[in-house]
Design a protein. Structure first.
Length: 403
């Protein structure tokens, strides 16, 4: 039995981004606080399909992403918990439903999930590190939680929530936007109450800007924020251009993550346009001109545009390198977050939309907008690295609250 400082990761239960973002903040926090240098990161194990990793070891999809793609230096320190993963997975909608169906599942399951979550954290947990070795920890020894858009509230402990929009505020905005959505929103008041419940229990809420709600509030002047909310730079770390891969010609990088519904047709039309315009197509998929790691290739000087859905990880990855994102008008069946993102980035004029015409006509103009906007953001914060900026705020609060 091992007693060691442990940081709990509390991510939204859908997709890989939330646990990756929260773990990135956690490693930065641990490196800044005495006694946390070798802290464990306790991560709910949600995605368990087995895949073969480049090192020849079979791991779950989630373990592969953490061990081989994101945090190879933390293979002994990241601990995966199946029971905690089961709890969060109970909040996932089964099947090909709408965002409204997902929200209905949260409404029906959140209270029970939160009870189960806290019961597990009130005892010992058998976990495995990313090399598959068993480690037993006591949930009561967890000193701090770092979450990204969490749905359940952990009892006790100091808690830090990172987000692109507080859930309660997003639901209030969704209610206003209902006429633009192709599905009904369930019990908005109940969803707002869940968001307020989780948000009120946080020591700090750190919202990355430009955010999903930037179009509706003046974040840099702290207008329209929750009382415990602070605005920080983008959660995506800035990259430097990498020309180590030798390629010929100019490329458009396609990111198919989250693409579905009407957006599939829009994506196909956009790819066809870029091929006719003389661009090669790079992506992480078989069948395109060049198969690459999208997160790395976006930094290549021959990558001129990124094509994809308006998830903020994709948006930040392109814009922090000064490269326009080609995206598509909102599909009424998509998440309301995507509609809000569209409103924000149309207002800021930082992305290009494919709407049947050549989107690159304004390419250089938008590149200039991107450079000016992020230069002003860097002047405001002193950095564009929201991970280190946010971790510093967490550390200050943690130390002030007593270690």
């Amino acid at each position: 039995f091992i007693m060691v400082q442990t940081i709990l990761i509390n991510p939204a239960p859908h997709g890989n981004g939330p646990y990756i973002v929260a773990a990135d903040y956690a490693q930065e926090f641990a490196s800044r606080v005495e006694g946390f240098g070798d802290a464990f990161l306790l991560v709910p194990h949600i995605y368990r399909k087995s895949v073969l990793c480049p090192d020849g070891i079979a791991r779950s999809v989630q373990a592969k992403i953490l061990a081989c793609d994101q945090f190879p230096h933390l293979r002994k320190r990241i601990l995966l918990s199946d029971p905690l993963g089961d709890v969060l997975d109970s909040l996932n909608y089964r099947g090909q439903g709408t965002y409204g169906d997902r929200l209905a599942t949260i409404l029906a399951s959140q209270s029970r999930a939160e009870q189960d979550w806290n019961r597990l954290l009130n005892g010992r947990l058998l976990t495995r590190n990313l090399d598959g070795e068993e480690v037993v920890i006591d949930g009561r020894d967890v000193a701090i939680e770092i979450g990204h858009n969490p749905i359940v509230l952990t009892e006790g402990r100091r808690k830090y929530l990172t987000t692109i929009a507080p859930f309660s505020l997003l639901m209030r905005e969704a209610e206003k936007l209902q006429p633009s959505l192709g599905y009904a929103l369930p019990d908005v008041a109940g969803l707002i109450a869940i968001g307020e419940h989780v948000e009120a229990g946080q020591n700090l809420i750190l919202t990355s800007t430009p955010s999903t709600l930037t179009y509706s509030r003046d974040e840099l002047r702290a207008k329209g924020l929750l009382s415990n909310e602070r605005v920080i730079p983008p959660f995506k770390r800035p990259q430097f251009e990498d020309s180590s891969l030798i390629v010929d010609g100019e490329y458009a990088l396609v990111t198919r993550s989250g693409i579905g519904g009407l957006t599939v047709t829009a994506l196909d039309q956009t790819i066809t346009f870029f091929r006719k315009a003389g661009y090669n197509i790079a992506s992480g998929d078989e069948g395109d001109d060049l198969r690459v790691s999208p997160g790395a290739f976006v930094a290549h000087p021959q990558c001129k545009y990124t094509i994809g859905r308006m998830g903020l990880s994709t948006v930040y990855g392109a814009l922090l390198l000064g490269k326009p994102l080609i995206t598509f008008p909102f599909d009424p069946r998509d998440d309301v977050e995507m509609l809000c993102n569209e409103k924000t980035f149309r207002a800021l004029d930082l992305v290009l939309f494919y709407e049947g015409k050549d989107p690159t006509v304004r390419g250089e103009e938008v590149r200039g907008n991107i450079q000016r906007y992020f230069r002003s953001l860097e002047e405001h914060f002193g950095t564009l690295d929201g991970v280190t900026f946010g971790a510093d705020l967490m550390v200050k609060d943690f130390i002030a609250g007593g270690i």
